[in-house]
Design a protein around this ligand. Structure first.
Ligand SMILES: *Cc1c(COP(=O)(O)O)cnc(C)c1O
Length: 366
């Protein structure tokens, strides 16, 4: 039988390093995907149930109610807000709209595992800039990589997988130096958990930088990743228009729109969940240090740490051994090997009970 003949880009595009745990017999403690350990709010579940009866209708293709509510919440005109089937949808659409062979994009590494798809899918050149010794973005180094061919720069703040954040003042200086025709996406999937600043402070930058895009999501603190909905607050109407040009018309389903609108109305619950997560962050990090592990300074809902050993091969073996030890004890975490740093682990902060199980299992697995 003859094999199908695919386009050249299919050979280039990496397969997303999916976390485990979605099969039927999943381990009981799932700390591999930076999900919220808490279910959607009762009011959100109720709103979703209320929308079930009208699923014979297409969703609102302009996401008008959601964009209106986001506009009220963030003070950004609705025309400068893009919605997506998850924020990754906006990211990939931005790549499609901005990139092509001959163009370049710049991002840090290790960073979010979806970024390499943007160059692979478009044929653009990816320029990666190593994180600094504290696992933070080297924004100066990234600036130096901007050329006449650069179309897009991505800053993940706080950074996945390393959990670290750079100060908003540094991001502001950085954006001020980037040429106006280059799009800057600041991926703020975890901004609510960042104690370095008010999560909404970056929004002020939009007024001065039409090329700036703040990418946010309902997947993390809002606990709605199963529904797929994210948004982008933009410095101009250009990017929202362009991402809509490259996508199918009904990219955000009706239940996701309804749930997001309802979730936005419960900011007190967001604050509460952030507070609980940060309490877990402090106590898990403390117990990691007691085990002789030095986690990176987390401003997110997950931690990141090396397991020791400088030889890359040894580090990879150690990572695999610890991952196996944890899995045998019912705990699923993310190995650094698939994320650009063999010998490291990325572990989501779960509930107090889940974290206790993880820490006990880790102590044994070590
Ligand atoms: C989880 C995550 C997202 C969110 O993706 P969705 O498509 O909105 O679920 C975006 N960026 C980063 C860095 C993430 O870790």
């Amino acid at each position: 039988m003859m094999a199908l003949e695919f386009s050249q880009r299919i050979a280039r595009i990496p397969t997303y390093p999916a976390a485990g745990g979605y099969a039927q017999r999943a381990p009981k403690v799932r700390l591999a995907s930076n999900e919220s350990p808490w279910p959607p709010l009762p009011a959100v579940i109720e709103a979703i149930q209320g929308a079930l009866a009208t699923l014979n209708r297409y969703p609102d293709p302009t996401n008008s109610l959601l964009r209106e509510r986001l506009s009220e919440r963030y003070g950004v005109p609705a025309s400068r807000i893009a919605i997506g089937n998850g924020s990754c949808d906006i990211l990939l659409a931005a790549g499609e709209a901005l990139l092509e062979p001959g163009a370049e994009l710049v991002y840090a590494w290790p960073s979010f595992s979806v970024y390499p798809h943007l160059s692979a899918a478009s044929g653009a050149r990816a320029v990666t800039v190593p994180l600094d010794a504290c696992e933070r973005h080297d924004l100066r180094g990234m600036l130096r990589e901007i050329t006449a061919a650069t179309r897009l720069v991505i800053v993940c703040n706080p950074n996945n997988p390393t959990s670290t954040a750079v100060a908003l003042a540094s991001v502001a200086d950085f954006v001020a130096e980037v040429p106006r025709h280059v799009c800057v996406i600041v991926d703020e999937a975890y901004c609510e958990f960042n104690l370095l600043e008010d999560p909404d402070a970056s929004i002020d930058l939009l007024a001065h930088h039409p090329n700036l895009v703040l990418l946010r999501t309902f997947s993390k603190v809002y606990g709605l990743c199963g529904l797929r909905v994210g948004f982008a607050l933009c410095g101009s109407e250009d990017l929202p228009r362009a991402v809509d040009q490259v996508r199918q018309p009904f990219f955000c389903n009706a239940l996701a729109q309804t749930a997001a609108v309802e979730a936005l109305a419960h900011q007190d619950a967001v604050t509460d969940r952030v507070t609980r997560t940060i309490a877990e962050r402090i106590s898990v990090d403390e117990r990691l240090r007691a085990l002789g592990i030095e986690p990176a300074e987390s401003q997110a809902n997950f931690c990141w740490f090396g397991l020791g050993g400088h030889d890359p091969e040894q580090a990879a073996t150690r990572e695999a051994d610890v991952m196996r030890g944890l899995a045998e004890r019912g705990v699923l975490v993310r190995g650094g090997g698939a994320l650009g740093r063999p010998g490291a682990l990325r572990v989501t902060y779960g509930t107090t009970e889940e974290n206790a199980i993880f820490l006990d299992a880790l102590a044994e697995a070590l």
